[in-house]
Write a protein that binds this ligand. Structure first.
Ligand code: 8DG
Length: 323
């Protein structure tokens, strides 16, 4: 069984799963019937004739919990080989939002779940391997063998969006140190998983004004931010948070993974960078931030960070919040 040639593998059936991820929560279900009844999963099911995986993901979400997902994107692929010969391929989607309130149906009980409290013990065994990767912005391809509901084998292929960043830093001769941890979505969660204490950690905001101008703002993690005051300091007018879609398009990161290092992805230089001047005062040698995914933290010299930003063609605004 473990000799399966996954390259020539063809599924008996194809299915889709859809995770609505909004405001630090994910919409999960307690599945009431079908394969995996009793388990926690995302809405999903098999494709109907003529349907695309994305169509099926949206239809199943509507049928199972009564909401219509929006901004749907494919995030990865799962292949399940069952020991009885059944082969199921599953495309995994996420959505930034949904219309309507989830309701219980004959098929499922909806459960909005905090991203840091996903009940992996009650889910299919492979999920704990790939779902955190998806939530931190990585694309994945997982092949597993199941004997009924028992996982016998799993192989996982993951793309790391940070690789081009590390390559760019290496080319500049900038040395960094990176530690891994579970994905963190808030400053409080990040503090719980902290291994590095030799300099400030940062908090990052992706903001826009009414005219569509955008800012990436990096401040000391403990600095309270008042958007009205910040708008005045930046001469930006009324600021609001940029949407997840905008964040992805212009900075190439998922919500929760915003970092000054994401400025590398703003190749057209349409985002203005604003940095907390206190991070660059005498005595601050290192700062800590995510390397485009929130399951790692990278330590970079503060002077090196400025050099990195300059290498991307950006001219950051230094904001002195203490005056
Ligand atoms: N998250 C996760 N989902 C899985 C795993 N294995 C597995 O079959 N599924 C999902 C894929 C499909 O969406 C669903 C398959 O169940 P099913 O074919 O009975 O689907 P269903 O009852 O929801 O819907 P339908 O096809 O009968 O309309 O379960 C797994 O290991 N992890």
């Amino acid at each position: 069984m473990s000799e399966i040639d996954w390259a020539s593998w063809t599924p008996t059936e194809v299915s889709a799963l859809l995770f609505v991820v909004r405001g630090g929560q994910v919409l999960l279900i307690r599945k009431k019937r079908g394969l995996g009844a009793g388990k926690i999963n995302a809405p999903g099911g098999r494709l109907e004739p003529g349907e695309t995986p994305a169509d099926a993901a949206v239809r199943e979400t509507r049928e199972e919990v009564g909401v219509v997902p929006s901004a749907v994107r494919e995030r990865g692929e799962l292949r399940f080989q069952f020991t009885d010969g059944y082969k199921l391929q599953c495309f995994v989607f996420s959505a930034d939002d949904c219309e309507g309130e989830p309701v219980e149906t004959d098929e499922a009980l909806p459960i909005w779940t905090r991203l840091n409290a996903i009940p992996y013990d009650e889910m299919w065994a492979d999920d704990r391997e790939w779902l955190p990767l998806m939530l931190s912005g990585r694309r994945f391809f997982a092949c597993s063998i199941f004997d009924g509901e028992r996982m016998v084998d799993l192989s996982l292929d993951v793309q790391d969006p940070a690789e081009p960043l590390f390559e760019h830093l290496r080319a500049l001769g900038i040395a960094t140190e990176t530690v891994s941890h579970p994905p963190v979505f808030t400053v409080d969660e990040a503090k719980q998983h902290r291994a590095q204490h030799d300099g400030p950690h940062v908090k990052n905001l992706f903001l826009r004004n009414k005219k569509g101008a955008m800012w990436l703002v990096t401040v000391h993690e403990d600095r309270p931010i008042d958007l009205r005051d910040l708008g005045k300091r930046l001469g930006a007018g009324n600021l609001s948070f940029g949407s997840p879609e905008r964040l992805r398009t212009y900075l190439g990161v998922e919500p929760g993974s915003v970092t000054p290092l994401a400025i590398l992805n703003d190749r057209d230089r349409v985002v203005t960078m604003a940095l907390d001047a206190s991070l660059f005062r005498d005595g601050v040698s290192n700062i800590h931030c995510h390397p485009l995914t929130n399951d790692r933290t990278t330590s970079i010299g503060s002077a090196d960070l400025l050099r990195f930003v300059a290498s991307t063609g950006h001219d950051p605004v230094l904001v002195d919040f203490d005056v």
